[in-house]
Design a protein. Structure first.
Length: 255
C-alpha cells in the first residue's frame, strides 16, 4: 500500500522512490482529486490500493505541467476527467511521442497509453472534479515549462507548486530562453508563497518555508546571471551540479 502523509486538512502527499517525486491527493468525504500521481508502475498501483482501502472515488486529476512524470495515470483511478492548463494539454498532445519515449521502453503499455490524456482549463478545475472542502485556484505561468501551473488551496493555505520551490532541486528553467519567464513565475508565485502554511514541490519535501524557498531560488538565479558562484546547499544534491552548468551555458548563450 502506498503511504499517504497528511500535510494539511484533507491534503495528503505520497513520495516516490524516483527523484522524490510527489503525488498530492485532496480528500473530501469519500472523493479524491489527484494532482500529478506518479511514478513507478508499482507505486501507481500502490496508490490505487490506498485509495481503494479508504473507500475513495477519484473525481478528477490535474497535471501541473507537460513532463512525462507529471502526466501519469492508472486505470484503477477510473475514468474521472483529467485537467491541465491549455498550454500543458496542447504540449501533452503535440509532444506525445517524445513524452512516451521518456517513459522508457519497459513502461507498461496500459499505463503509457493513459499518460497525458488531459483536457485544458485555465480559469479553474471544474467543480465536479473537486472534493467538498476545497476551492483550488490555478496559478498559470511559463516557468520551468510552458503553461506550468501551481494549485493554491486558500482554505488550507497550501501551495502545490509543481516543479518549483523545491528544497532538493535548484531552479530548472528550460532551454533555450526560459530564464526571464522563470523569474516572472517566481514573482507570480510570491504572494501565494507569502500566505502558504505548506508548500508541496513536485520533487522534494513538503514544508512550511515557501517564501524562504522562493527567496533562495531568486538568489541562485541572480548569482548565476551575475557570474557569481552560488552558495546554495542544493548544489550538493545528485544531478544539480550538471543543472548549474547547464544554466551557466544558457545564460552565456543569451548574452
Amino acid at each position: 500500500m502506498r503511504e499517504l502523509t497528511e500535510v494539511a486538512d484533507g491534503v495528503f502527499v505520497a513520495t516516490s522512490a524516483i527523484m522524490s517525486t510527489t503525488s498530492t491527493v485532496l480528500i473530501g468525504d469519500d472523493e479524491a482529486l489527484l494532482i500529478d500521481p506518479c511514478w513507478l508502475p508499482t507505486e501507481l498501483d500502490g496508490l490505487a490500493d490506498t485509495l481503494d482501502a479508504r473507500g475513495l472515488t477519484v473525481v478528477g486529476g490535474f497535471a501541473t505541467h507537460a513532463h512525462h512524470d507529471h502526466l501519469l495515470w492508472h486505470e484503477r483511478f477510473g475514468r474521472a476527467p483529467r485537467w491541465a492548463s491549455q498550454a500543458t494539454a496542447a504540449l501533452a498532445r503535440d509532444e506525445r511521442a517524445e513524452l512516451l519515449h521518456s517513459l522508457g521502453a519497459g513502461f507498461p503499455h496500459p499505463l503509457a497509453d493513459l499518460m497525458g490524456r488531459v483536457d485544458g482549463v485555465d480559469a479553474a478545475i471544474p467543480s465536479e472534479s473537486v472534493p467538498r472542502g476545497f476551492a483550488p485556484e490555478l496559478v498559470v505561468h511559463d516557468g520551468h515549462a510552458p503553461g506550468h501551473t501551481a494549485v493554491w488551496l486558500p482554505e488550507q493555505r497550501v501551495l502545490v507548486a509543481g516543479d518549483m520551490l523545491s528544497d532538493l532541486e535548484l531552479p530548472l528553467p528550460f532551454a533555450p530562453d526560459d530564464l526571464d519567464s522563470y523569474v516572472a513565475a517566481l514573482d507570480r508565485l510570491a504572494p501565494y508563497a507569502a500566505q502558504a502554511a505548506v508548500v508541496i514541490p513536485g520533487h522534494g519535501t513538503p514544508g512550511g518555508d515557501a517564501l524562504a524557498r522562493l527567496d533562495a531560488d531568486r538568489r541562485y538565479l541572480n548569482d548565476v546571471v551575475a557570474g557569481r558562484a552560488p552558495a546554495d546547499p542544493r548544489l550538493a544534491n545528485p544531478g544539480m551540479d550538471q543543472e548549474y552548468e547547464r544554466l551557466q551555458r544558457m545564460v552565456a548563450a543569451n548574452g
